[in-house]
Design a protein around this ligand. Structure first.
Ligand code: PMV
Length: 315
């Protein structure tokens, strides 16, 4: 009887979401307080069984729909490993990452599965290959993903990311001075495909104007990258960049009253900057705070009804 376990963190985008789909840079960091976990154990019966407890699903790989994302990641990974038949195994999947809230739950579940399969079969898979396998499934969920989610989750490190063919630019970010972030959940589901698709339709009506907004976001991302890596800016100045990024996201039409309520509350409670993170419309916001203000900001968010609050350290 063999058992292996693998996990993968959630993620947040610090700067640059949406513009990253149009070739501009973005910064993302893992959030280890929330995790997806995949456990593989020998199946005493024949076949490969998938049990996803949070989704209330229990089924055989052989009977899965052809577009079932869990089955697709399993099959693609087996193919990559040169296996024509799945092993007789039970795959248990669980996750503490809220679904469809911009915290990268889909990428984390896929990443945990790829890693667990590699370990189970004695063929560990390197992070860039994990990322490539997860990206294929992200396309099923999101349509035209930039690839930032699978990258930050598979490498489990802060990254600077620019989408590109044939390969994206990925640079590890070294954080000069650790940053304290409070993540607040609106509780609203935020389907990335829809937010990205709606923005695409607005872009099509006036590409020049939207490209201009994306360029402005790119400037903010590059300033933030330098500031984070060198520690050259005061915290308040980095927070201001976050607020400026949020204003542009509002202009792009991907914010919402629910997000803005959390953002304003965080700012009033002591955050130096705040913005939505991920696809927007619903999902999560992030607030940059002095370390000593984090619990006050978190409490203020809870009081006005945030569905979930996480304090995290980026280092
Ligand atoms: O799926 P989310 O909510 O983490 O957001 C993805 C970020 C976007 O830039 C909006 C889309 C993408 O593919 O990069």
């Amino acid at each position: 009887m063999k058992t292996v376990q693998a996990s993968a963190p959630g993620k947040i985008i610090l700067f640059g979401e949406h513009a990253v789909v149009y070739g501009r840079p973005a910064l993302a960091v893992p959030v280890t307080h929330v995790q997806a976990r995949a456990t593989l154990e020998t199946n005493k019966e024949n076949g490969f069984r998938i049990i996803a407890i949070d989704l209330d699903r229990d089924y055989l790989l052989a009977e899965a729909a052809s577009d079932d994302p869990l089955a697709v990641i399993v099959k693609n990974t087996l193919k990559y490993l040169g296996r024509t038949e799945p092993p007789d195994a039970v795959l248990h999947i669980s996750s503490t990452i809220p679904l469809a809230r911009g915290l990268g739950s889909g990428a984390a579940v896929s990443t945990a599965i790829v890693r667990a399969l590699g370990e189970f079969l004695g063929q560990p898979i390197p992070p860039h290959q994990v990322s490539a396998l997860v990206y294929e499934v992200e396309k099923l969920h999101h349509g035209t993903p930039s690839g930032i989610d699978n990258t930050v989750v598979a490498f489990a490190q802060p990254v600077y990311f620019v989408k590109g063919e044939p390969r994206p630019i990925i640079r590890r970010i070294r954080v000069a001075r650790s940053l304290t972030l409070v993540i607040g959940d609106t509780g609203l589901v935020s389907p990335t495909r829809q937010a990205v698709g709606d923005l695409r339709r607005r872009w099509e009506t006036d590409p020049e104007r939207y490209e201009g907004y994306f360029d402005e976001i790119a400037v903010i991302v590059d300033q933030a990258r330098v500031a984070i890596e060198t520690g050259s800016l005061e915290l308040a100045a980095l927070g201001k960049l976050m607020n400026e990024n949020q204003e542009l996201l509002q202009t792009l039409g991907v914010s919402s009253p629910e997000l803005e309520r959390l953002i304003e509350t965080a700012q009033r409670a002591g955050a130096v900057g705040a913005k939505l993170s991920g696809a927007g419309v619903g999902g999560n916001m992030i607030a940059l705070t002095p370390a000593e203000a984090a619990s006050t900001v978190a409490e203020a968010l809870r009081v006005i009804g945030a569905a979930g609050v996480i304090i995290t350290e980026v280092c």
